[in-house]
Design a protein around this ligand. Structure first.
Ligand SMILES: NC(=O)c1ccc[n+]([C@@H]2O[C@H](COP(=O)([O-])OP(=O)(O)OC[C@H]3O[C@@H](n4cnc5c(N)ncnc54)[C@H](OP(=O)(O)O)[C@@H]3O)[C@@H](O)[C@H]2O)c1
Length: 257
């Protein structure tokens, strides 16, 4: 059975993915932003391999999460699920970054670079990523008036580009992005059309399945089907420029191969 680390597993799709994988007999490492929030994992924690604690707004705490995961052992798969939507303002993280960008883009980048390389990487994107092109000039929202919807869309395009950059750089790793659909979670709201079981299905399948259809890399998925994402996310020049900027902003380098 596989060992899977899931960021943001206290609620929503991350929690549902953890529950589903544990029910299938897989080993799961959970994640909460704080010891207080880890209380929400009480029922799952006793069945898990461990709970990593750290707020992904903070670069220092994100590094701590990677250390905690590495101390548990090598993961077979990591599901980069934690995310935020519709932040009222740019905010400023301990390192001075925009909150949405820090949690949705910088943290998964840093965790990818710092966690011992797994066999599979899955990144939670969104269909809204299609509104997020042309972010490179101001990734961190230092020059533009704040626009929460665009910031979210950009972060979700960046995460697709990161997934694809890794598929190119690390050919031995399966790296994919998933749009879970508009799902009934705290983020999606109670009126969302997609139930949580459906919303978590594609990412857990990509994490553990030996179905030949799941053993692919550099693809964008929606409800178990491959889709074509925004052009910019597929552009190797954009992917490489993005990875360069993420290295500069975090001081953390992504191993080339
Ligand atoms: N739901 C949708 O309709 C939808 C659609 C497209 C894409 N997505 C993507 O799917 C992923 C999961 O979304 P969801 O609907 O399950 O959201 P959710 O219900 O709001 O859950 C988000 C999870 O991320 C964690 N998280 C947020 N900020 C964090 C931080 N700074 N440090 C550590 N953990 C943090 C939350 O922890 P707390 O519980 O402590 O806040 C929670 O466990 C996100 O990446 C989202 O962008 C969702």
């Amino acid at each position: 059975m596989a060992m899977v680390f899931i960021t943001g597993s206290t609620d929503g799709l991350g929690r549902a993915a953890a529950q589903s994988l544990l029910d299938q007999g897989h080993r799961v490492v959970l994640h909460a932003r704080s010891v207080d929030r880890a209380a929400a994992l009480e029922d799952l924690a006793s069945r898990a391999e461990g709970v990593a604690i750290g707020d992904l707004q903070s670069g220092a705490e994100t590094k701590g999460v990677a250390d905690q995961v590495n101390a548990i052992g090598r993961m077979d798969a990591v599901i980069h699920n934690a995310g935020v939507y519709a932040q009222r303002s740019r905010g400023s993280t301990p390192e001075g970054h925009a909150t949405t960008f820090a949690i949705n883009t910088l943290a998964p980048y840093m965790l990818t670079a710092l966690i011992e390389r797994p066999a599979r990487l899955i990144y939670l994107s969104s269909g809204l990523h299609r509104g997020g092109e042309r972010s490179l000039n101001d990734l961190d929202w230092a020059k533009r008036p704040w626009d929460s919807a665009t910031a979210y869309a950009e972060s979700k395009l960046q995460i697709v580009a990161l997934a694809f950059a890794l598929a190119r750089r690390w050919p031995q790793v399966l790296s994919n992005a998933v749009d879970p659909g508009w799902a009934r979670t705290r983020m999606g709201g109670s009126g969302a059309p997609v139930d949580i079981a459906t919303g978590q299905k594609t990412q857990t399948w990509l994490a553990v399945s030996d179905d030949p259809a799941a053993l692919v890399s550099g693809r964008y998925w929606h409800h178990m089907q491959q889709q074509e994402p925004a052009c910019e996310s597929m552009d190797p020049a954009f992917q490489d420029a993005l990875v360069d900027r993420l290295r500069e902003l975090t001081g953390v380098a992504l191993p080339r191969s």
